[in-house]
Write a protein that binds this ligand. Sequence first.
Ligand SMILES: *[C@@H]1O[C@H](CO)[C@@H](O)[C@H](O)[C@H]1NC(C)=O
Ligand SMILES: *[C@@H]1O[C@H](CO)[C@@H](O)[C@H](O)[C@H]1NC(C)=O
Ligand SMILES: *[C@@H]1O[C@H](CO)[C@@H](O)[C@H](O)[C@H]1NC(C)=O
Ligand SMILES: *[C@@H]1O[C@H](CO)[C@@H](O)[C@H](O)[C@H]1NC(C)=O
Ligand SMILES: *[C@@H]1O[C@H](CO)[C@@H](O)[C@H](O)[C@H]1NC(C)=O
Ligand SMILES: *[C@@H]1O[C@H](CO)[C@@H](O)[C@H](O)[C@H]1NC(C)=O
Length: 208
Amino acid sequence: MAPPVNPPRPQPPQPRVVKPSQPFSICRFIAISLLTLLIVVGIVVLIIWLVLKPHKMVYSIENSSIHDYNLTNNNHLSGNFNFTLRAYNPNKRISIYYDHIDVKLFFNSQPIAFSNIEPFYQRRRNVTHINVSLPTNDVALYGDIARDFKTQRSGGNVEVEVKIRAKIRFKVGAWKSSHRKLKILCTPTVNYSDSRKNYKSFPCDADV
Ligand SMILES: *[C@@H]1O[C@H](CO)[C@@H](O)[C@H](O)[C@H]1NC(C)=O
Ligand SMILES: *[C@@H]1O[C@H](CO)[C@@H](O)[C@H](O)[C@H]1NC(C)=O
Ligand SMILES: *[C@@H]1O[C@H](CO)[C@@H](O)[C@H](O)[C@H]1NC(C)=O
Ligand SMILES: *[C@@H]1O[C@H](CO)[C@@H](O)[C@H](O)[C@H]1NC(C)=O
Ligand SMILES: *[C@@H]1O[C@H](CO)[C@@H](O)[C@H](O)[C@H]1NC(C)=O
Ligand SMILES: *[C@@H]1O[C@H](CO)[C@@H](O)[C@H](O)[C@H]1NC(C)=O
């Protein structure tokens, strides 16, 4: 009876040999899995990038003009600033939803008019022209700014800043991205006199 009890005694060392190797192999398994995952994700991102070949959208302002302009003796400005915004989506596979578009007009950093543009959907490789009208009604200009405005006006044209803030979504096939903020900044020159149009195209800076 006693001898059969003794043989199991050498067994305990066996689990001890297995135990230290187990944490090691789990660590290695996790490390290899993470590395594989990273490589796979990297390759997928690279493939998506290569297939989509994203290009920046291009914006510019044309046909800037001002109508019914009046700057009173006490520096109150009224008038209608009209522009054509040219939006170009050069992408072959990405189309764009413009869901919410705000336009603000500044002169020397002072806001003088604001407006918004109807939401629209822009297809791939499309150029869209949008007429923007920014009415200024009896806006009090600060002393220095009014003086600057008069100086530029007597020079024949006025340089303004157009700031556009838009919420956009990208569409690729049936997939739509979440909302992103788009910022566009343009500094067109407006011919102030005779309601003439400045047909020159002014490129804008865009930031998504
Ligand atoms: C705006 O300018 C473009 C060319 O720059 C011209 O083709 C277009 O007819 C103009 N639009 C208006 C409303 O004047
Ligand atoms: C500009 O506005 C002032 C004050 O409203 C008015 O007296 C003046 O006639 C206006 N000038 C023009 C050219 O409309
Ligand atoms: C761009 O899309 C608009 C609206 O779908 C369309 O009216 C216009 O003709 C298109 N322009 C070009 C150059 O494809
Ligand atoms: C912009 O306005 C001009 C007239 O000022 C018009 O001929 C042109 O069709 C308009 N363009 C758009 C896209 O509404
Ligand atoms: C300026 O824009 C407004 C609103 O779109 C329009 O009613 C007006 O005719 C435009 N003026 C010119 C000269 O294009
Ligand atoms: C508007 O102003 C620009 C820059 O001074 C000038 O080159 C252009 O001829 C002017 N356009 C008109 C219609 O007067």
